[in-house]
Design a protein around this ligand. Structure first.
Ligand code: HEM
Length: 430
């Protein structure tokens, strides 16, 4: 088959398929985004105890979330299952302690004994009482007030101390430096944030028999078990995945390796492209990009290795207290950012490499693609990673657009390129 695309125009099915995928994909994303916001659990204006005293407010919850983000806790543990896996799932952990404190509070209230000393029958009936108590939604949308039962208020109070000890005690949390969060207001608000997040996992949605998080996490101590729709949607998503894979494989086999012609006249759409090709200067120069990719990949896997090592020795790295220099959350950020950078660089490099094959002759001066100012450099990657690691979005944003600018300027006219790249302008002939 010819490598010159002008000889045989691409099937219009490619365009149709792209439009269909874009419309369906973005349509679905829009629906899901709207549903995410409309179905989100409410953040109460005030959370009060049974006597009407304010325990914490909406501001406390929102500030607690800022603390959570500021200290990169999403890269250490998780919340509602989203995040990293060295630390705990904070909402699940809070929920479990809530169950323990609630059991004890109720056992003392009703039987004058700690839960552990109840006989099995009394304990079972008390468990059912704990489920009912925590599943009941006492949020009043009219006033924006959520009323905590005495057991919930006690759990909030107890955990204030426990989470403060976890983050600011002498014994460091796994993978974090000792005394990581010191401000008592930050710590108190973090606890309120966890309290709200845990409430949303157990209190039933209005008019439903499952919680705002569809009974996630599984926690029998509070009566959180998978709902019928959990089974249904899990099964459906698996079926959708398998049907989707089958459809792709069917189309691939049926339409001549996606040449879309549906006959066996032609072989693979690009079968001979590589066998008859000698490298152009621009393709040779792209080797440098792949060098950058290899370096970034190496750094990423080294970071991955160090992350994995935290599982084995969370307080030391072969005798070095790594958490003081590269705490788990920061290192995990680097690990993920470096992946983005080497994958982005590979895309640019792949595009540069394939362009002469797909588009024909090489540009004049294409060998100058190796000019250092046209590289997505490791320094820009690590700089952006470092910046984002410390909470700045500017670093990664500017580097990302830098990559985009370079890719664009390479394949459009010199007028849109950077001054550096203009010298190797596209002339359309070799
Ligand atoms: C030697 C190689 C690697 C090792 C030892 C490694 C190790 C790890 C570890 C320990 C985590 C942290 C899990 C957590 O706490 O959330 C992680 C997360 C992750 N790694 Fe790697 N990794 C390696 C290579 C890679 C590569 C090549 C990629 C991508 C191209 C990658 C992408 C990711 C991603 C996306 C996450 C986040 C996963 C999530 O949040 O669910 N890793 N890796």
């Amino acid at each position: 088959m010819s490598t010159d695309p002008s000889e045989k125009p691409l099937s219009s099915w490619w365009r149709h398929a792209v439009i269909l995928v874009m419309v369906l994909g973005f349509g679905l994303l829009t629906v899901v985004t709207v549903l995410t916001y409309t179905n989100a659990p409410p953040i109460p204006e005030r959370v009060i105890d049974s006597a009407g005293a304010t325990l914490f407010t909406r501001e406390n919850v929102e500030h607690g979330q800022e603390v959570f983000l500021k200290y990169g806790l999403m890269e250490h543990g998780s919340l509602w299952g989203h995040g990293a896996y060295l630390g705990p799932d904070y909402s699940a952990e809070y929920l479990h302690r809530l169950a323990e404190v609630a059991r004890d509070t109720l056992a003392r209230e009703r039987h004058g004994l700690p839960y552990a000393q109840l006989d099995p029958d009394t304990a079972t009936s008390l468990d059912a009482g704990v489920h009912r108590l925590l599943k009941e939604n006492r949020y009043d949308p009219a006033t924006g007030t959520l009323r905590f039962s005495p057991a919930e208020a006690a759990a909030w109070e107890v955990q204030k101390t426990e989470w403060a000890e976890y983050f600011s005690g002498d014994k460091p949390a796994p993978g974090l430096p000792a005394k990581y969060i010191r401000d008592p207001h930050d710590l108190a608000d973090l606890n309120s944030y966890f309290a709200w997040a845990a409430w949303a996992t157990v209190a039933n949605r209005p008019g439903k028999d499952y919680s705002y998080t569809n009974n996630w996490p599984y926690e029998p101590a509070v009566g959180n078990r998978p709902s019928a729709s959990t089974y249904l949607w899990s099964a459906l998503s698996l079926v959708t995945l398998l049907v989707g894979l089958g459809a792709v494989l069917f189309a691939f086999g049926r339409f001549d390796f996606l040449g879309w012609h549906g006959s066996s006249k032609a072989g693979h759409a690009h079968d001979s492209a590589f066998s008859r090709w000698t490298l152009t200067p621009s393709q040779k120069a792209v080797g440098l990009y792949f060098g950058v990719v290899a370096l970034l990949f190496l750094l990423q896997t080294l970071a991955g290795g160090a992350l994995a090592h935290y599982r084995v020795e969370s307080g030391a790295f072969y005798g070095i207290d790594l958490a003081r220099f590269l705490p788990y959350n920061l290192l995990r950020t680097f690990h993920l950012q470096l992946a983005i950078f080497w994958i982005a660089t590979s895309w640019v490099a792949g595009g540069l490499f394939l362009a002469p094959i797909v588009g024909g002759p090489s540009p004049v001066g294409s060998g100058r693609a190796s000019s250092p100012c046209s590289w997505p450099s490791p320094s820009s990657s690590s700089g952006a990673s470092a910046a984002s690691g410390w909470g700045s979005t500017t670093g990664s944003g500017s580097s990302g657009s830098g990559l985009g600018t370079r890719a664009r300027s390479t394949w459009t006219s010199d007028a849109s390129g950077s001054s550096c790249w203009r010298s190797a302008s596209w002339a359309g002939s070799s």
